[in-house]
Structure formats: structure tokens, C-alpha cells
Design a protein around this ligand. Structure first.
Ligand code: BV8
Ligand code: ZN
Length: 258
């Protein structure tokens, strides 16, 4: 890591005591999980993700929306954490107390060894009843999902027979209070926030890096593209997470045993 921004990022990470790592869909892009910017494919290609990820869309066509989440869950099952996910887990290992906050509904951080990521927008693996909110079993996807997707009627709740819904936060829905509180708390008391692979356009999640900067923390952004967070970040590392993050970790801890 020879360039100046990379050296400055390594310096900041090397001296940080309270670190927050904040991730978005770009974190999982190199694992083959489409980002929200990527156009939808197959059955959903004529839909906009933000329109599908709403309670209204689920009410209007439950089988279309449930089918979409089953397709995404199956795609995540087939995916593997990338070197970026593993580097985040390494930072958590090296800097005790690091808080990982993600907008992603996949489980790739967990599968990379990251303890207890804060899922601001829920998970693909926590379906619940759309009426009584009781957790529902995650169906095993032995037979998998056709590449182009299909409509899948949502299962019925075992307690009240209402449709089961994905355990994610849809547009227009409030974030889980405990997760949002934990994220704001961590951002308010950190000395370094790493924001990785997010376009910083969805609120209130996009507030998190801004809260950290407002309260004096250094912000380092990892993103191949410019985002509204460029101005918030002291350092912008322009590159893919699975290349930039392992290099950053090596620059700080290479040769440091234990
Ligand atoms: C709410 C789960 C109210 C579902 C998701 C203030 C201003 C404007 C609008 C609003 C506002 N406040 C609220 C709103 C409305 C809305 C909102 O923000 N709209 C936006 C679009 C304008 N927010 C809401 O509706 C929120 N709820 O406000 O409720 C309320 C309050 C109280 C009581 C009742 C109601 C809920 C928002 C959460 C929605 N759910 N996900 C699902 O997944 O299906 S959001 C979803 O989209 C993701 O979780 C994520 O948050 C977002 C996508 O953003 P990113 O993750 O950043 O991904 P994106 O694809 O955009 O970008 C990828 C980036 O990665 C790019 O920058 C790219 O360059 C980069 N990249 C690509 N490859 C790589 C890479 N980076 C590194 N390495 C690579 N290899
Ligand atoms: Zn129920």
C-alpha cells in the first residue's frame, strides 16, 4: 500500500481504539451477490428493487415478492464470503470492541467469522409471520430456485395462518429499535469509522457515518465509485473491498504475530 491515502488509512486504523465498520451491498458484490444498483434479472427485471422491497408490493402480490426473497436467499446460500469479509473479521479480531454494522441482509459476515454484526435492515434468514410476528422456520432449499426465479406463495403461519414474510426491513418500515440504537451509540463513541461498499443513499442508515464524523471520528471510505459520503470521509480508498481491505489489514498488522 504505497499511495498516500492508503498510508493514511493504515495509520488511522493502526492508532484507532474504538472502531466501527459500516457495510453495504458492495461488500458482497465480489461474492456474486447483486447490489441494489444492479438491475434486477429474470422474473423481476421489469421491477425496481425499492418498489419490490415494500409492504405494499407484498400485499399486492405475495408470491412475487416471496419468490424474490427465496431466490435471493438461495443465491446467498450458494455464495461465499470474500477476502473483504475476512479482512473485516480480522479487524474485529485485532481491535477488540470493534462494532460491525451492516445494511446487508445476507449472512456472509457471519460466515467469514464476524461475531454478531448489527443488521440494520434485517436478514434473509429470519422469516416471521406478517400478522403475529412469530418466527417461522426457514425452508431448506434442497431443490433450489430456477435462475430466472419464480413466484412462490409464502408459507402460512403455524399459529394464526397469516402469510409468513421475509425478516427484512422494507422501505417505509421502521428499523429494529435495538439495532438502530446500537449503531448510533457505536458511531457516537468511535474514533474511526470504516464505511465499505455503500452508496449512502438509504436513510436512516446513511446517517451513521455522518454521526461519527460530526462527533470527531475519522471516516475512511472504501468504494470504487464516488458517493455522497466522499465529503464526510477523511480518506477515500477507490477500489473493490476484497482487494483494498486485505491490503489495509496487512499494512497495519503484517508480521505482527498473535
Ligand atoms: C423509514 C432490506 C420511516 C430489504 C433495505 C430521508 C431522506 C430521503 C428518504 C428517506 C429519508 N428517510 C426515510 C426515507 C425513505 C427511505 C429511503 O431512504 N429512501 C431512499 C431510497 C431515498 N428509507 C426508508 O424507507 C427506511 N424506513 O424511513 O421508515 C418510518 C419511521 C418510523 C416508523 C415507521 C416508518 C427503511 C430503509 C430500509 C429499506 N430496506 N434493505 C431488502 O434488502 O430487500 S435498503 C437496501 O438498499 C439495503 O439494505 C441498503 O441499505 C440499500 C442499498 O444501498 P447499498 O447497500 O449502499 O447498496 P447500493 O447497491 O446502493 O450501492 C452499492 C455501493 O457499493 C455502490 O456505491 C458501489 O459503487 C459500491 N460497490 C460496488 N462494488 C463494490 C463496491 N464497493 C466496494 N467493493 C466492491 N467490489
Ligand atoms: Zn402468525
Amino acid at each position: 500500500m504505497t499511495d498516500q491515502p492508503a498510508r493514511r488509512a493504515a495509520e488511522l486504523l493502526g492508532q484507532a481504539r474504538r472502531v466501527v465498520v459500516f457495510t453495504g451491498a458492495g461488500m458482497s458484490a465480489e461474492s456474486g451477490v447483486p447490489t441494489f444498483r444492479d438491475a434486477l434479472t429474470g422474473l423481476w427485471q421489469r421491477y425496481d428493487a425499492q418498489a419490490l422491497a415494500t409492504p405494499e408490493a407484498f400485499r399486492a402480490d405475495p408470491a412475487l415478492v416471496w419468490g424474490w426473497y427465496e431466490w435471493r436467499r438461495h443465491a446467498v446460500r450458494l455464495a461465499h464470503p470474500n477476502a473483504g469479509h475476512r479482512a473485516v473479521a480480522a479487524i474485529q479480531h485485532r481491535v477488540p470492541g470493534t462494532v460491525l454494522i451492516t445494511q446487508n441482509v445476507d449472512d456472509l459476515h457471519e460466515r467469514a467469522g464476524s461475531p454478531a454484526p448489527v443488521h440494520l435492515h434485517g436478514s434473509l434468514f429470519a422469516p416471521r409471520c406478517s400478522a403475529c410476528a412469530r418466527p417461522a422456520p426457514v425452508s431448506d432449499d434442497a431443490e433450489g430456485e430456477p435462475v430466472d426465479g419464480r413466484r412462490v406463495p409464502p408459507p402460512r403461519c403455524a399459529h394464526c395462518t397469516a402469510p409468513v414474510r421475509p425478516g427484512v426491513v422494507w422501505f417505509g418500515e421502521a428499523l429494529p429499535g435495538a439495532a438502530l440504537d446500537a449503531a448510533v451509540e457505536a458511531a457516537s463513541s468511535c474514533d474511526l469509522l470504516l464505511t465499505i461498499g455503500t452508496s449512502g443513499l438509504v436513510y436512516p442508515a446513511a446517517e451513521i457515518p455522518q454521526v461519527a464524523a460530526r462527533l470527531g471520528a475519522a471516516v475512511v471510505q472504501v468504494n470504487p465509485e464516488e458517493t455522497p459520503l466522499d465529503g464526510v470521509a477523511e480518506v477515500n480508498l477507490r477500489g473493490p473491498a476484497a482487494r483494498v481491505l486485505p491490503a489495509l489489514v496487512d499494512a497495519v498488522w503484517e508480521g505482527a504475530d498473535g
